[in-house]
Design a protein around this ligand. Sequence first.
Ligand code: SF4
Length: 279
Amino acid sequence: MKCYDCPRGCGADRDNGKIGLCGGGKYARIAKVIDNFTYEEPCLGSEVTAVFFGGCALGCSYCQNYKISRGKAGEEYSDKELAALFDRAQHPIDLVTPSHYLTAIERALPICEHEHTFIYNTSGYETVKAVDRASAFTDVFLADFKYADSALASSLSRAPDYFDVAVKALQRMRENIQDVWEEKDGQRILKRGLIVRHLVLPEQVKNSIAVLDTIKSCLGSDTVISLMSQFTPNGVGEPTKRLRKIEYKLVVQHAQKLGFTNGYIQEFSSADKKYTPDF
Ligand code: SF4
């Protein structure tokens, strides 16, 4: 069957040996599994099992994981092997960039011997249909909202339609899964729901401000947002500059002005490589 799982809609016949624009074939390619991964957002709990998929449907020039998102790193897992990997997980399972393997994940889930909690960690570049399919097994959508500026989306991710696509996808995530909170050891944990992440890029404060304005108008100011300062030039693509402290501060101030009540910000010292998994 030809694949139209992501907005690229390349139609690759992956079941018959073809590889899509995302780098994906029939079976899921796993580049790395980290069993005690800790997220920046404390509401995701103390630890997750992070499953990093190889390839990517978006392919941003500044990707911190470009060695796996663009290369051929990783091993193919049969559906049975993928189910077994999920069953071995000790924590909630964080599917990192899973969109192009949605079909493989769907094939694996009925073979799992246990129920699992899933975090669907996506670029936000999703079709509404894919969001509906992922909602069938996802507990928390951890979704990027990268660009409001189409020219920027075009130059950095070859996706001039990113804004329209991501807004529809995020709205559908919001419709499908409402936030459910739980108190655990004095910590508020998001059991189900949506976290919208935004990575602030150097010299792109206007884009970040427009992203925040859109989150407020389309999803509401009670949306859980996470403003990330950890941009680091990856040495192979644009942007090549570092984020300045004042740029991040202006974006955080704008979020506060808009009245977001559920937000995470990072220490500016995050703008180094300490959050970048070493592949
Ligand atoms: S997921 Fe991959 S193969 Fe499927 S439409 Fe997107 S780029 Fe093409």
